[in-house]
Write a protein of this length. Structure first.
Length: 276
């Protein structure tokens, strides 16, 4: 018996990293998975996005633990395409209970940028991280409401969604603004959806061992961040968390063990937010 037997989870950004980890972890707990990813690069982003092969690998990993999964290529910036992918998954599995709005980018850079480059970074990161989170919720909520069983939505924010850091370039500013914005989205939806027993929360990871955190552009940014060094280190003796560390927190939040937890900003950060 798993914590999530019989439930269906919708996960964005599922081709690798935290999204893949959530898909596998929730499948181990008995959930069927609807997984989407953009599987295409975004020009302003400083690292490659996931591929179709990586999304297929997520499906293989879910199936290897006995889970059922449907996948689709979908861009969270495109509401119609995202909704179509989710609707098809719900049609196959017959219900929706859990949403992990995980898709996100971090368009950090450490070089001189034109204002046009900065504004492109700002637009892309806001569109993916914040508007994409809204699109995910708006596509999913009618399905959860229709089930009449309640449900759970978890938005992936960041320590940058609770504290003010990210530099002065528009990419970093957009990242912090989008992750703070997700908190406002979560808190408002938590109030609005509480009468239907739909719980809404955010998780706030410190740096996680994924492509977003481990790429040359991000490394250069962090090495040159004003006040860096000890200022950006976790108080607990760990440099990077693993995606599975976040998945454990997500699995708890979406389970019946957390049936009365809503409107919560949950740091999974080795003490990072408490220190700053």
């Amino acid at each position: 018996m798993g914590l999530l037997d019989g439930k269906v989870a919708f996960i964005t950004g599922a081709a690798r990293g935290q999204g893949r980890s959530h898909a596998v972890h929730l499948a181990k707990e008995g959930a069927c998975i609807i997984a989407v990813d953009i599987c295409a690069d975004i020009a302003s982003n400083g690292y490659p996005m996931a591929s179709r092969d990586e999304l297929a690998e997520t499906a293989t990993l879910v199936e290897s633990v006995g889970g059922k999964i449907v996948t689709a290529v979908a861009d969270v910036r495109d509401f119609a395409g995202l909704k179509s992918a989710l609707d098809a998954g719900v049609e196959q599995f017959g219900r929706l209970d859990i949403v992990c709005a995980n898709a996100g980018i971090a368009t950090m850079a450490f070089r001189e940028l034109t204002i046009e480059e900065e504004l492109e970074m700002w637009t892309d990161v806001i569109d993916v991280n914040l508007t994409g989170a809204l699109h995910t919720a708006k596509a999913a909520i009618p399905h959860i409401v229709a089930g009449g069983r309640g449900g759970s939505i978890v938005f992936t924010s960041s320590t940058a969604g609770l504290k003010g850091f990210g530099g002065s370039q528009a990419g970093g500013l957009g990242y912090a603004a989008s992750k703070h914005g997700i908190v406002g989205l979560m808190r408002t939806l938590a109030n609005a959806l509480a009468p239907q027993s739909i719980r809404v929360n955010t998780v706030h990871p410190t740096a996680v061992n994924t492509m977003m955190a481990v790429n040359p552009a991000m490394t250069a940014f962090l090495e040159n961040y004003p006040g860096g060094g000890p200022h950006l280190k976790n108080p607990m003796p760990v440099g990077l968390l693993e995606p599975e560390d976040i998945s454990h927190a997500v699995a708890f939040l979406v389970s019946d063990a957390a049936q009365y937890i809503t409107g919560v900003t949950l740091p999974v950060d080795a003490g990072f937010c408490n220190k700053l």
